[in-house]
Design a protein around this ligand. Sequence first.
Ligand code: PEP
Length: 248
Amino acid sequence: MRKPLIAGNWKMYKTVPEARTLVRGLRASLDSLTDREILVCPPFCALLAVAEELKGSPIRVGAQNSHWEEQGAFTGEVSPSMLQDAGCHYALVGHSERRQYFGETDATVNKRMHALLKRGLTPIVCVGETLQERESNATQSIIQRQMDNGLKGLEPASVIVIAYEPVWAIGTGKTASPDQAQEVHSFIRQQFAKISGASMAHDVRILYGGSVKPENMSALMKQPDIDGGLVGGASLDAESFSKISHYR
Ligand code: PEP
């Protein structure tokens, strides 16, 4: 059984006091959920405060990115051991906004993934096609390229999470239909079987991301290969993220 994972990507929102307030609101309604895992990914500077607020809670903390080196002259970067020290168990890797605005490539995604695994953190590797790629029927070839290159060298026993986030659905209010998402999730699982074998492919959690809201989460979660959500905008409000997390 794959335990559902609902992750909130706070992007570049929330000061430390705002982050504390949000996470207190989340604890009130989500601490009792045991059949699913809840994760919040605040900006770097709020990680420690959020981890402190979450002491004794099953809600996990993750980062939105990680460098591949442990330390060094890399101004502006944060390493896996620093994230671990701040209380993280997970880190996003290759979010489409990193690919689009900050020059992230499949090769750097791959380096970040390996560095996180080496440190015992779980990478959430994001993949997804743009609207133009979907309209030119390139969805599968893009996902395949992102997986082949981004997951290169993955040890068969390594545990990662994959997030399918169609770029055209992120922050646009346009959610992929449950059938559209399921089709790609099933493809991702098949591709993962070629990399890590059938048993790991059966166990790998594949999250859907792209305008997830309280109104569409239950229908998405009914699909057999959707194991959770990566939620951006709707994770910034305690009530909406709680409703999403309480999907049926
Ligand atoms: C995201 O940031 O990963 C995301 C899916 O954003 P949104 O839910 O706002 O579309």
